[in-house]
Design a protein around this ligand. Structure first.
Ligand code: CO
Length: 458
């Protein structure tokens, strides 16, 4: 029996442990080894990587992808796409979504993992369709969470809906690491009995359940699991690649991974990890297990964001209160899974509710948009009193929000003018306007500096 393993060190592990601060130069030297290790795929782009490249690392995210592709030639590259939100926090018009997907595939992405935070599949349809049209592998995703609405029957129904949409594989995304081994077994078994497409399980070690959950999922027939090379595994990141490989091999499964190369990859990342520990970017807190998440269902990335928000406002002592407020806010919003952008939206509102002393005294514009229906359908019933407080007499919309948006690509191209060198730049500008502009300027200045330097040398 073969179990396929996807390596997440370049994306999810990087995002969960070190707030996506890994520069290209820190992993360039190991890409060829990664390519030869025998992974099913390498998750390396999307999620927060794009934002972080432009905002903190002064890297062109597209160039980073091309550079990764030039070294990882055999193994499929994978990205995480937030459906109609692309790699950001609001819905974009369909022409922008199509352009983005098309260019991501052209620049090197093979597997497009596409999710909607609310599991409102109207918000992933266009990205799935474009992935298939551009020759990519469309992985339809169901965000896993626990609530009265999120039960086995519904998960199976959603799996079937994805298959009907034409996806190539189905991923269950447990971003909080709250799925227990028995739940995994039951869920994967039920899906494998219903759908014909490969089933992928994604989890985190946050609560300590991760490796057990994977093991039971494998017994139930899961096709692919996501792991991180051990130096960047555990805690809010994925279960360790080598340990899963070791355990599976003992039980007679094949992973296709080369142990010697895994060792080399891990040895490469050990000093990288030490560097981030020393600089304080890697907070030892996120490396441990925290079973509170079984109660609060707080995903890794969200927990580290909350910590830094509270640290920033000198209120780290209110963490417990905020963690208790989160499930309350979530219930009032109709049980959205806590995944980007919902994790941020719920997190910020819960923090505000606690720090302001009165609940919903300050309402974020995102919570307002949510109640208006601009993120899609709430999974369950929203709290009508809170909705009234937020919207007043305004009526929420029921159609797909992107249908209300004007096409945006050509307009943005005109707007940014010569600063954008290609379509990819225009996309960066559409998604992160001020940051992209700043980056383009930085790029021009550093190019000018390089020219001067060359002239001086001559
Ligand atoms: Co994840």
């Amino acid at each position: 029996m073969k179990v396929n393993i996807t390596e997440t060190v370049l994306r999810d592990a990087n995002q969960s442990l070190i707030a996506t601060r890994l520069p290209f130069s820190d992993f360039e030297g190991i890409l060829e080894k990664i390519d030869n290790a025998g992974y099913h795929s390498v998750e390396c782009w999307g999620g927060a990587t794009y934002d972080s490249c432009l905002r903190y690392l002064n890297e062109d995210p597209w160039e980073r992808l091309r550079k990764i592709k030039s070294k990882i030639k055999k193994t499929r590259l994978q990205m995480l796409l937030r459906g109609q939100n692309l790699i950001a926090y609001k819905h974009y018009p369909d022409d922008v979504v199509r352009k983005f997907v098309e260019h991501a595939i052209q620049n090197g992405i093979d597997i497009m993992r596409i999710f909607d935070a609310l599991n409102d599949f109207r918000n992933i349809e266009v990205a799935v369709d474009q992935t298939l049209k551009s020759g990519g592998h469309a992985q339809g995703t169901i965000c896993y969470t626990i609530s009265p609405i999120h039960n086995l029957a519904n998960y199976v129904k959603w799996g079937k809906q994805l298959e009907e949409m034409g996806v190539d594989s189905i991923c269950i995304k447990d971003m909080s690491g709250i799925m227990g081994p028995q739940e995994a077994y039951d869920l994967i078994k039920a899906l494998k009995d219903t759908v014909t497409k490969p089933v992928v399980l994604h989890t985190h070690c946050t609560t300590g359940l991760g490796p057990m959950t994977y093991y039971k999922a494998i017994e139930a027939g899961v096709d692919v699991i996501d792991c991180a090379i051990s130096a960047f595994s555990g805690g809010t990141s994925q279960p360790p690649t080598e340990s899963l490989h070791f355990a599976l091999k003992q039980a007679g499964y094949e992973t296709g991974l080369n142990e010697d190369i895994l060792k080399e990859i891990n040895d490469f990342f050990k000093p990288v990890k030490d560097k981030f520990l020393e600089s304080g970017v890697l907070d030892p807190y996120v490396l441990g297990s925290d079973t509170d998440a079984l109660v609060y269902q707080v995903p890794g990335g969200m927990l580290s964001n909350l910590l830094s928000q509270l640290k920033h406002s000198n209120s780290l002592d209110r963490l417990q209160e905020v963690l208790q407020e989160i499930p309350q806010v979530r219930k009032e919003l109709g049980y959205p899974p806590l995944v980007t952008p919902m994790s941020q939206i719920v997190g910020v509102q819960a923090t505000t509710n606690v720090l302001m002393g009165e609940r919903y005294e300050n309402i974020s514009s995102e919570v307002r948009s949510y109640f208006k229906g601009e993120y899609g359908r709430a999974p369950g019933e929203v709290d009508t009193e809170i909705m009234k407080k937020v919207l007043g007499d305004e009526k929420p919309i029921t159609q797909r929000f992107a249908d209300t948006l004007e096409p945006g690509f050509e307009k943005a191209r005109q707007e940014i003018g010569n600063l954008a060198k290609n379509d990819e730049d225009v996309l960066s500008y559409i998604i992160f306007p001020p940051i992209a502009e700043k980056f383009f300027q930085y790029r021009e200045e550093s190019a000018a500096l390089k020219v001067n330097y060359t002239i001086m040398k001559v």
